[in-house]
Design a protein around this ligand. Structure first.
Ligand code: PMV
Length: 355
C-alpha cells in the first residue's frame, strides 16, 4: 500500500481544451464509438473547457470521484464520468487506487446552445493521460496525444478531434494516410494552403436552449436510415475533395462542400424516423442573408451548423472586417438576445500550471 510519503501518493494536473466545429460531419456510429464515416474539423480557440484533476491515494477498491462543474458539485455529470471511468478501468486500472477530484469550467456560458462535450471530454482525456504519464514516468510525446485522442473518442466521439489544433481528421479513409477510426489525426502544415491557416468562426446563437436531441439519440437516427449508405459514401467523397481543396487553396470548393455537409446533416435528421427539425426560422434568415452577401460582395464566407439551430460563420482573417460588420449590421437581430461569439481556429490543448 502507498503512504503519503511515496511520490505518487498525490498529484494534480490541468488542461485547457477547445471545442471544434466539423466541416465534414460525423453522423452515425457503430460498435464502441466507431464512426460510420470519416470527418474533419477546425479546432476552435476561445470556446474551451478548463479541467483540473487532483488525485490522492486510497486503499479501497472502486472509482471514488468528486466532480465540480463551474465551482459546484454536480452529481449528474459526476455519475456519467464515473461510468466512463469504470468503462476504461481495463486500460487505466490505476484509477481505482486514487480518490479523484475533477473541477471543470467552460469559457462559454452554459445556456448558449454550444455543445460542451468535445471540449470537456477531450480535457478529461488529457487529464487522465497526464495522470498516467506522471505515475508511470511517460513522456508527453506523439503516443501520449494519440492515446488521449483514443480516450476522448470513447467519452464523446467528436472530442477525439479536439486533442489537436488546426484541422483534425478522424475516421479511416483511403483519402488520408494514417487515418484511423480510433483516434484523430492532425493535418500537417504542408497539407494546409495558407488560405486556410487563419480561419475565424463567428457563432451566431439563434437559440440558447439545450440541444433538443442528445448526441446518442442523434447518431441512432442513422440506424436503419433509408439514406445511410448513400450518406456514408457521400461523406467519404466530400472528405477526399475537401482535403484536396484545403491543400490547393480552392476556396470555392471548400465553401460548396462545407455548406453541403451542414445541410446534409439537417436533411438527414428531417427525413429520419422519427423526424427531427432543429432549424429555426432565424437559422434560414441567416443562411439566406449570408448567401446574398457572398454573392454581392464576392467575400469568401460560408456557414456550417452543428446538430442545432445556431449558425457558425467561417471566413479567413483577411475578411474579418467585412464579415464582422455584416454580422453586426444585418445578422445579430436574428440571434437570441443579439448574442454571438467571435472565435477562431486555435492551436489545440494547453497544459495549465500546477497548483
Ligand atoms: O461527438 P458527438 O457524439 O457529440 O457527435 C457530434 C456530431 C456533430 O457535431 C453533429 C458532427 C461532428 O462531427 O462534430
Amino acid at each position: 500500500m502507498q503512504t503519503n510519503n511515496t511520490p505518487t501518493a498525490a498529484g494534480n494536473t490541468a488542461w485547457r481544451c477547445p471545442s471544434n466545429i466539423a466541416l465534414v460531419k460525423y453522423w452515425g456510429k457503430k460498435g464502441k464509438q466507431i464512426p460510420s464515416n470519416p470527418s474533419i474539423s477546425f479546432t476552435l480557440n476561445d470556446a474551451h473547457t478548463d479541467m483540473h484533476l487532483a488525485w490522492q491515494s486510497k486503499s479501497t477498491r472502486g472509482i471514488a470521484l468528486e466532480f465540480l462543474f463551474e465551482g459546484h458539485v454536480n452529481e449528474a455529470f459526476g455519475n456519467k464520468i464515473v461510468k466512463f471511468l469504470e468503462s476504461i478501468l481495463v486500460d487505466m486500472p490505476f484509477l481505482e487506487q486514487y480518490r479523484l477530484r475533477i473541477s471543470s469550467i467552460n469559457s462559454f456560458p452554459h445556456s448558449t446552445g454550444i455543445a460542451s462535450s468535445a471540449s470537456s471530454m477531450s480535457a478529461l482525456a488529457m487529464c487522465l493521460c497526464s495522470m498516467e504519464a506522471e505515475l508511470k514516468g511517460l513522456p508527453q510525446d506523439d503516443a501520449f496525444y494519440q492515446r488521449a485522442s483514443h480516450f476522448a473518442r470513447l467519452a464523446s466521439g467528436s472530442a477525439c478531434r479536439s486533442v489537436y489544433g488546426g484541422l483534425v481528421q478522424w475516421g479511416a479513409t483511403a483519402a488520408m494516410a494514417g487515418s484511423s477510426d480510433l483516434y484523430g489525426t492532425p493535418l500537417k502544415d504542408s497539407e494546409i494552403h495558407p488560405e486556410f491557416k487563419c480561419y475565424k468562426d463567428a457563432v451566431l446563437i439563434v437559440s440558447r436552449k439545450e440541444k433538443a436531441v442528445s448526441s446518442r439519440a442523434g447518431h441512432a437516427l442513422m440506424d436503419g436510415h433509408p439514406y445511410a449508405q448513400a450518406r456514408y459514401a457521400d461523406a467519404d467523397k466530400n472528405l477526399a475533395q475537401l482535403l484536396t481543396a484545403i491543400r490547393e487553396g480552392d476556396v470555392d470548393t471548400f465553401i460548396r462542400l462545407v455548406e453541403h455537409e451542414a445541410l446534409s446533416l439537417h436533411a438527414l435528421m428531417m427525413v429520419s424516423n422519427p423526424s427531427v427539425v432543429l432549424f429555426k426560422p432565424n437559422t434560414w434568415e441567416i443562411i439566406n442573408r449570408l448567401r446574398t452577401f457572398r454573392q454581392e460582395t464576392g467575400c469568401n464566407v460560408c456557414f456550417t451548423l452543428d446538430a442545432g439551430p445556431n449558425v457558425h460563420i467561417l471566413y479567413p482573417e483577411s475578411a474579418s472586417e467585412a464579415v464582422e460588420t455584416f454580422i453586426k449590421e444585418e445578422l445579430v437581430v436574428y440571434c437570441e438576445g443579439n448574442y454571438w461569439i467571435a472565435d477562431h481556429v486555435g492551436s489545440g490543448p494547453l497544459k495549465l500550471g500546477h497548483d
